[in-house]
Ligand binder design. Structure first.
Ligand SMILES: NC(=O)c1ccc[n+]([C@@H]2O[C@H](COP(=O)([O-])OP(=O)(O)OC[C@H]3O[C@@H](n4cnc5c(N)ncnc54)[C@H](OP(=O)(O)O)[C@@H]3O)[C@@H](O)[C@H]2O)c1
Length: 328
């Protein structure tokens, strides 16, 4: 799947094109991977855009950057055996030739379904764990508010916060997702932010304020929550899904007085800064899934033809859990 046009805002199907080329043989030090589960991540919008980000933009007319789970089918790289399953930078394509540096985690002997390595054990679950523990630092008894609470990251944050003895409150885009947050993902309460005055609903759910805001959306919801933070509260800036475009940067109410008077700690998080902890974090999350302590949902489309429209559907909130494309 090639990126053929720079998206304006949310990537649309017309920004991509399907192309067929011969599979190249792996060179010295390279491996050939057959991709199985392609990941669909909100971050791909930023990777495809030409505005400032934490990584270079995807090259036009090149394969779309993406994470995926695949199997090594030929290896000329030391220490990577043919047959091994891996999770890493494989792109939206059927086969990929990479060097081992493109591997995020090696799936030595899969102990949970393979798809989980691209979701709860992939960047989504690892972000939930690492961003919550390093920036959110919730203590038992605290109130933790989470946006995109029913999604791949948010559904894990709720369960981890609950395990820590906190009161997790979720924000999500419809009533059915809100119900699942409470029934399945450890949330004490969940608010449909499209159903009315979200600030008033948060104040009712957390009358004493918010200790930790795990924010995946930014924008107007963040503006409202900033004014309901407890003194000494922590904000994890993990995503900005609600901001349709950063060019030009949108404006909003000034926030520095809230940060100062409430003594807030507001930290940005990028999962790729934490590569040294990927393996231990994925192992810990896998153990929790095996023990029945962590649940997850996934929405799996079949066929690579679905990839060009997948981000638009994700940003429309149509996904129920981690969005993946199975290409077999
Ligand atoms: N910083 C990092 O390293 C890192 C790593 C992974 C993910 N993330 C971030 O975490 C967030 C969630 O990612 P995910 O993979 O778990 O995806 P996800 O939550 O499974 O799917 C994205 C969700 O975003 C919500 N959304 C879309 N447009 C929105 C809008 N205008 N306002 C509010 N919510 C909107 C929708 O849920 P609702 O129906 O609930 O609105 C949608 O289902 C994203 O912001 C992503 O960029 C960050």
């Amino acid at each position: 799947v090639l990126l053929v046009r720079r998206p304006v805002g949310i990537p649309q199907p017309q920004d991509f094109a399907l192309d067929t080329v011969a599979v190249p043989p792996p060179g010295d030090g390279e491996i050939l991977v057959r991709n199985i589960y392609l990941s669909v991540d909100p971050a791909q919008r930023g990777w495809a855009a030409d505005v400032s980000n934490y990584s270079d933009p995807v090259a036009l007319n090149g394969p779309m950057r993406a994470l995926a789970v695949g199997q090594v089918i030929e290896s000329n790289a030391e220490g990577v055996d043919s047959g091994t399953y891996i999770y890493g930078w494989l792109g939206w394509q059927d086969y990929t030739v990479i060097t081992p540096s493109a591997i995020l985690t090696r799936i030595e002997a899969p102990t949970v379904p393979l798809s989980a390595y691209a979701g709860p054990l992939g960047i989504n679950g690892m972000t939930a764990w690492l961003a919550l523990s390093t920036i959110g630092r919730p203590a038992p008894g605290e109130t933790v508010l989470v946006s995109t609470a029913a999604g791949a990251v948010g559904s894990i944050v709720g369960q981890l916060a609950r395990r820590t003895g906190c009161t997790p409150i979720g924000l999500t885009g419809d009533d059915a997702k809100a119900a699942r947050c409470v029934e399945r993902f450890g949330y004490d309460r969940a608010i449909n932010y499209k159903a009315g005055d979200v600030g008033a609903a948060i104040a009712r759910a957390a009358p004493d304020g918010i200790h930790v805001f795990f924010d995946n959306v930014g924008g107007e919801i963040l503006d409202v929550v900033l004014r309901q933070m407890q003194t000494g509260g922590r904000i994890v800036q993990c995503g900005t899904a609600s901001v349709a475009s950063w060019s030009p940067p949108p404006t909003g109410p000034r926030v520095e007085r809230e940060v100062l008077t409430r003594r807030l700690n507001w930290g940005g998080f990028v999962i790729f800064d934490h590569a040294a902890r990927f393996s231990e974090t994925a192992h810990a999350l896998a153990e929790m899934i095996r023990n029945g302590e962590l649940t997850y949902e996934e929405e799996i489309e079949i066929g690579i033809e679905g990839a060009p429209g997948a981000l638009a559907r994700l940003y429309a909130g149509e996904n129920q859990g981690k969005k993946l494309i199975f290409i077999g």
